[in-house]
Structures are given as C-alpha cells and as structure tokens.
Write a protein that binds this ligand. Structure first.
Ligand SMILES: Nc1ncnc2c1ncn2[C@@H]1O[C@H](COP(=O)(O)OP(=O)(O)OP(=O)(O)O)[C@@H](O)[C@H]1O
Ligand SMILES: [Mg+2]
Length: 256
C-alpha cells in the first residue's frame, strides 16, 4: 500500500500540568485541504507547531511522505516541503517587505530548484504579487496593517514552494472584504499553476480558522479539536451537524 501523504499518530504535548494536545491522530491525502477547528485554547496552534518542528511532542509520531518528522530540525522539515504561516506574525520589521520574502526564496529547497540569487528578487516579487502586496515591496515590514501582514505571511510561505502548507488563522483580524481576497488567493494557490516564477503544484493545506463560513467553502474535510483531543472528523456538512461539535464549539458563539 502506498505510504500516506501525512500520518499523525497519538501526538501528545503538555505544558506543565496542561495537556494541550492529547493523543491526536489523523491522516491526510496529497492535495487535500483540511480545516482544523475548535474553541479557543483547544490546541490547534500547538498541533501546527508540533507538525512543523517548532515544538517537540512528548510522544507520538508525524510521518510526512514516509519520513518521521519528530526529532527533525525546523529547516529540515521546510526542506522536505512543509511551510507554515503564524497566528502571531513576526516579520523582520526593519527590513523592507520584499527582503522578508527573499529570505524564503533563499531556502535550500527553493535554491535547489535551479534558482539563483539574481532571480530571487524577481521570484520574491512574484510571491508578493500573488499575495497582493507587491506595490508595497520597498516599505518596511513595520508599516504593514494586520491584513497586509497576513498577506506577507502567505508570500513568505508560498516562496518556499511547499507541498504541505499550514495556515494558522489566515482570516484572523481581516475585514470581510480582505477575508474574501485571502480566500480567493488560497483557492487559487490550491488549484495550482504558474504565477510568474512561482510554480504552484497545488499544495495540500491544513487551515486553522474560526471563521467557519469562509473555511467551509475551501476545505474538503474538517478535524475538530476540543481540550486537546480529537472531537470529530468529517466533511464540512457532517461536522457542522455533529451535536458534539455544536455543543463544544458553535454553541459558544465561536462560529461566524
Ligand atoms: N508555550 C506555551 N506554554 C504554556 N502553555 C501554552 C503554550 N502554548 C499554548 N499553551 C496552552 O495550551 C493550550 C492550547 O493552546 P493553543 O494556542 O494551541 O490553542 P488554539 O486552539 O490555537 O487557540 P486559539 O483559537 O485561541 O488560537 C492553551 O490552554 C494555551 O494556554
Ligand atoms: Mg491558535
């Protein structure tokens, strides 16, 4: 049998006495788009951090295309083709916006694909164009609004040519119009194609989001966390009609 694209098994992480991620397991297929939802503090960000190597799990396994990611360094994981955006964004604030993305273009994974420093800038520009902030390329990152910072996050992640892209609240803090634009970009990226020098083969994605209405339009399947454990898994329809989910999440006014 072919090895799964991503297989997470019995993943656990605690902070002191708090079990933030408790025995979580799921699988995903190549090119699938998975939503990851749950109330505040459910463990969504912690789970993404475990997948990208920012945090080390107490136990459990994360296999990506047959390779065990647990124990690998963050850059090794990026090099395998896993990229993420952050809920709390931390760009290089004193560098121009384009330089922030050029750093991603200089990743060994990106360079190995035949890129050279000379065209890195052009590629970074294409990533900014894709994300919709190319007109601000030379401004300092510290000048960006919340919405534009989100776009910079996407440009940085996309510039590493990921096969698996993890997005932590891509709509967080965005106006309805900005949310629509971001949703459009995500769908365009997933569809794949050529965006200037970027070649998107349509990465698989895990998207953490509280704005459920918009999320439902993008994802194939949803995983629900509650108090660190996996509460439900299924299609968007199955999940929104699951009484356990309604009680844990939607009932708290979390759905938008
Ligand atoms: N570095 C840390 N040290 C201590 N506790 C932490 C740390 N990171 C997360 N936690 C705790 O772990 C739990 C899960 O947090 P996490 O950030 O993963 O939740 P979340 O589902 O992403 O929530 P939100 O929707 O608010 O972003 C919370 O109780 C949080 O306070
Ligand atoms: Mg979070």
């Amino acid at each position: 049998m072919a090895e799964p694209f991503l297989e997470v098994k019995a993943l656990c992480k605690s902070f002191g006495g708090l079990q933030a991620v408790n025995n979580v397991g799921f699988r995903m297929e190549k090119k699938e788009v998975l939503g990851l939802i749950g109330p505040n503090g459910a463990g969504k960000t912690t789970l993404l951090r475990l997948l990208t190597g920012i945090l080390k799990p107490d136990s459990g396994s994360v296999r990506f295309r047959g390779k065990q990611l647990v124990g690998m360094k963050i850059w090794e994981i990026v090099n395998l083709g896993v990229a993420c955006t952050f809920q709390n964004m931390r760009p290089f604030r004193r560098l121009p916006i384009i330089a922030n993305v050029m750093v991603s273009c200089l990743s060994p994974r990106s360079m190995r694909r035949g890129e050279w420093v000379k065209i890195v800038r052009a590629k970074a520009m294409d990533a900014l164009e894709f994300a919709g902030i190319s007109d601000m390329a030379l401004e300092k990152a510290s000048t960006l609004s919340q919405g534009d910072l989100k776009r910079l996050e996407v440009a940085r992640a996309v510039a590493t040519d990921p096969e698996l892209l993890l997005l932590d609240e891509p709509f967080g803090g965005l106006s309805p119009a900005e949310t629509d634009l971001m949703a459009k970009s995500i769908r365009r990226l997933h569809k794949g194609g050529r965006f200037g020098r970027l070649h998107s083969e349509g990465p698989a994605m895990i998207i953490v989001e509280h704005k459920l209405q918009q999320l439902m339009k993008i994802v194939d399947r949803i995983v629900v966390l509650n108090f660190g454990t996996l509460l439900a898994e299924g299609t968007p329809d199955e999940v929104v009609n699951n009484p356990l989910v309604i009680e844990a999440y939607l009932g708290q006014g979390g759905g938008q």
